[in-house]
Write a protein that binds this ligand. Structure first.
Ligand code: NAP
Length: 249
């Protein structure tokens, strides 16, 4: 049984579909949870925090964009003030702005790279110092199978997630000497708001290619992330774990 008792976990984009499942799983295993999201998602973030408290754990809502070094700095400061440490960072905030490469606007390219990749860099940088001091840390980056194999219509998204995988390996190498691990998961087709918008034909095509024959659930992802965030994964770093029902084996 995994145990995260008294660990402090910060989840970016924590008010979203995966964020909720991640917070639920980490709190169930004993962690106190910091729910970061943008100010517009405050209500949803508060609901996630309430759920964490129902598990008997502490929760902190930290509103701010991962794209702002200032917001991220304030968030990490508030975590250190409240809990005195930060053990786990889940870089989960992410968006899509899909379109074929030849029609993709520069704005859509920039926005996706800013949030998915730069946001993860800023958060990783901000937690690195306190983790290094503590000589302990678990960083888990939520990438995507699109970042491993590419995906038509997602030049911006797949580049951001491919970059995130490279950032994962570099972070793992730079922080390993302080017993900080950094790993990525690459979810495939997971039932959340992000995939809800896909039309039936695209959904059917995805499902046809998944050997396990079903879409993933946020809980499928949360289970693997919890493992990587725990002491059970102390000797695992710089890895990318596909959570995709066998899609890209
Ligand atoms: P989601 O429900 O849209 O959650 C993403 C969260 O990130 C939302 O709460 C969003 O807030 C928040 N966010 C957006 N911009 C932000 C910013 N600048 N700073 C902080 N938070 C921000 O999507 P999800 O499906 O749970 O996705 C979570 C992660 O899993 C993403 O990184 C995604 O790429 C990855 N992923 C998902 C799938 C899938 O099939 N669902 C597959 C592979 C990977 P708003 O909603 O208010 O904008």
């Amino acid at each position: 049984m995994l145990n995260l008792t008294d660990r402090v976990a910060m989840i970016t984009g924590g008010a979203g579909g995966l964020g909720l499942a991640l917070a639920d799983r980490l709190a169930t295993l004993g962690a106190n949870v910091v729910v970061n999201d943008i100010p517009q998602a405050e209500e949803a973030a508060e609901r996630v925090a309430e759920m964490v408290r129902k598990h008997g754990r502490k929760a902190l809502v930290a509103l701010g964009s991962v794209t702002s070094a200032d917001d991220v700095g304030k968030t990490v400061d508030s975590v250190l003030e409240e809990f005195g440490k930060i053990d786990i960072l889940i870089n989960n905030a992410g968006i899509t702005r899909d379109g074929l490469l030849i029609r993709m606007s520069e704005q859509d390219w920039d926005m996706v790279l800013e949030i998915n990749l730069k946001g993860s860099f800023l958060c990783t940088k901000a937690v690195a110092r306190p983790m290094m001091k503590a000589r302990y840390g678990r960083i888990v980056n939520i990438a995507s199978v699109a970042g491993v194999m590419g995906n038509a219509g997602q030049a911006n998204y797949s580049a951001s997630k491919g970059g995130l995988i490279a950032l994962t390996k570099t972070t793992a190498k730079e922080l390993a000497s302080r017993s900080i691990t950094c790993n990525a998961v690459a979810p495939g087709f997971i039932e959340t708001r992000m995939t809800e918008v896909l039309d039936e034909q695209v959904r059917a095509q995805w499902l046809q290619n998944i050997p396990l024959g079903r879409p993933g659930t946020p809980e499928d992802v949360a289970d693997v992330v919890a493992f990587l965030a725990s002491d059970a994964a102390a000797y695992v770093t710089g890895q990318v774990l596909n959570i995709d029902g066998g899609l890209i084996m």
